[in-house]
Write a protein that binds this ligand. Structure first.
Ligand SMILES: NC(=O)c1ccc[n+]([C@@H]2O[C@H](COP(=O)([O-])OP(=O)(O)OC[C@H]3O[C@@H](n4cnc5c(N)ncnc54)[C@H](O)[C@@H]3O)[C@@H](O)[C@H]2O)c1
Length: 256
């Protein structure tokens, strides 16, 4: 058990096919007290998450669900306050909430750019700020931000320049947190996934998917469980001396 009794918020977990869900499942497996959050979280979604985790683990799972739009600062503050009121403290934030859209640069409208940055960058910023206020008082805490290969290579396999820019900002934000809060024992790291089997890949045609897979050294797409494993490593003491890092989970798509 790598996260025994650790209180962890996992954002972006509404879909059972998401990276957030797989991370919540693995964290519960490792003894964490998990709070799943999403803009689409509600009692029905939470019940399906709980049922799925309990089926997999063959035991009851203590898991809370709180609705939060991360682009809303008050929502983020309220989420963290609620978690602290339930559990008394907060150990870890996994931010896997986000949106993706593919579009040529010159076709992206101001409102499309605003939406992308509001959720993927400002939302990450707000959520981290809310958690860091608690972490600062505790003098402990751990943040894992799920960015994207798009931030590293200039545009994604499924995301446009506005998506890439939002995730690039997330990488810089994470490094800044690591530098500013390291002296308090607070760690922050990013993961750059690519081609993980989630609803984000649903829009790809079979032909495009095959072409992308042919170019991946491991010759397959990744599973959400494999992303969850990377989150577990960064959230646990296994990575105790790792902060400000960017971990690639891309099957070798971008070797640099
Ligand atoms: N799947 C991939 O191959 C891949 C590749 C690179 C990066 N990513 C990143 O991984 C993360 C997880 O994505 P996923 O692949 O699991 O897809 P997903 O769509 O299942 O998960 C994203 C979740 O974020 C939630 N969300 C969107 N806007 C929100 C908001 N304002 N507030 C709170 N929640 C919000 C969505 O409702 C959704 O449940 C995303 O940040 C994505 O950019 C995924």
């Amino acid at each position: 058990m790598l996260l025994k009794n650790k209180v962890c918020i996992v954002a972006g977990a509404a879909s059972l096919r998401s990276i957030g869900y797989a991370t919540a499942e693995l964290f519960v497996e490792h003894g964490a007290k998990v709070v799943v959050t999403d803009v689409n979280m509600n009692a029905v979604v939470l019940a399906s998450i709980k049922e799925s985790i309990e089926k997999k683990l063959e035991r009851t799972a203590l898991i809370d669900g709180i609705q939060c739009d991360i682009s809303n600062r008050q929502d983020c503050d309220a989420l963290v306050a609620k978690v602290v009121s339930i559990h008394g403290h907060l150990d870890c934030l996994i931010n896997s909430a986000g949106i993706v859209k593919s579009k040529p640069i010159l076709d992206i409208s101001e409102s499309e750019l605003d939406l992308m940055l509001d959720i993927n960058l400002k939302g990450a910023f707000f959520l981290c700020q809310s958690a860091l206020r608690v972490f600062e008082l505790q003098r402990s805490g751990n943040i894992v931000n799920v960015a994207s290969l798009a931030a590293q290579r200039g545009g994604g396999l499924v995301g446009g320049s506005h998506y890439a820019a939002s995730k690039g900002g997330m990488l810089s934000l994470t490094k800044s947190i690591a530098r500013e809060f390291g002296a308090l024992g607070i760690r922050a790291n990013s993961i750059c996934p690519a081609m993980i089997d989630t609803p984000m890949l649903d829009g790809l045609s079979e032909e495009r998917l095959k072409a992308i897979i042919d170019a991946i050294p491991l010759k397959r797409i990744g599973s959400t469980r494999e992303m969850a494993g990377a989150c577990l490593y960064l959230a646990s003491d296994l990575s105790g001396f790792v902060t400000g890092a960017t971990l690639d989970v891309n099957g070798g798509t971008h070797i640099h």
